[in-house]
Design a protein. Structure first.
Length: 207
């Protein structure tokens, strides 16, 4: 898979993607040249686990993240409702807090009240900026690589559904993308995600 990201997209959102390390995408170069990059957590994110690992630590992308990616199983889950299996349901983790030096314009967006089912265990890099943490680990961290801005959200996110915003049929994921992106309605977002047995799925939209 080879995509000319810089020519086609302003922002790339990489969701959980099983075995992403096998793909040759040119994404790192595009980020350096100014493409924004978001990665969100899941069983197939960062390193991953439960047989769905993205294994991003095998790729050169690991160098540009604002967090240090583990080289092993990195899933942290809430209390299971039964003996832990691939299909277990996990109680939400609610130990979510703003970083002590986060700007007052940031909030947890209600995450601490509702919790999330799990997150990928990472460590904040020295030159990164932490916005949210969970149980003492980075939950939302920001960084830069060249001209590109990077947001690493380690919390698990819902499975992808092509659900469009009620206020604009051209917008997907309306409440997870920074509002400043929407201020330029010519920006184009590419979301890349994967499911077990699916080599690649993607969707793009103007935001």
């Amino acid at each position: 898979m080879q995509i000319n990201f810089r020519k086609k997209y302003d922002v790339v959102w990489l969701g959980a993607f099983d075995s992403f390390w096998k793909l040759r995408t040119g994404l790192k170069t595009a980020i350096h040249d100014g493409v924004g990059f978001i990665h969100s957590g899941g069983r197939g994110s960062y390193h991953g686990g439960f047989g769905e690992g993205a294994c991003l630590d095998f790729t050169s992308l690991a160098d540009i993240f604002p967090v240090q990616i583990q080289n092993r199983y990195d899933l942290v889950l809430g209390q299971a409702d039964e003996r832990t299996t691939f299909f277990s349901l996990f109680a939400p983790i609610k130990e979510i807090h703003l970083a002590h030096d986060a700007e007052p314009t940031w909030s947890d967006g209600g995450l601490n009240a509702f919790g999330i089912s799990g997150f990928n265990d990472t460590q904040l890099k020295p030159d990164a900026r932490e916005i949210l943490n969970i149980a003492g680990h980075p939950l939302l961290a920001l960084g830069r690589y060249g001209q590109g801005r990077i947001a690493a959200f380690t919390g698990f996110t819902p499975s992808y559904h092509d659900q469009h915003a009620e206020w604009d049929a051209n917008v997907i994921y309306p409440y997870l993308v920074d509002q400043e992106l929407y201020s330029d309605n010519q920006s184009l977002l590419l979301s890349i995600y994967g499911t077990p047995g699916c080599s690649c799925c993607s969707v793009s939209s103007r935001i």
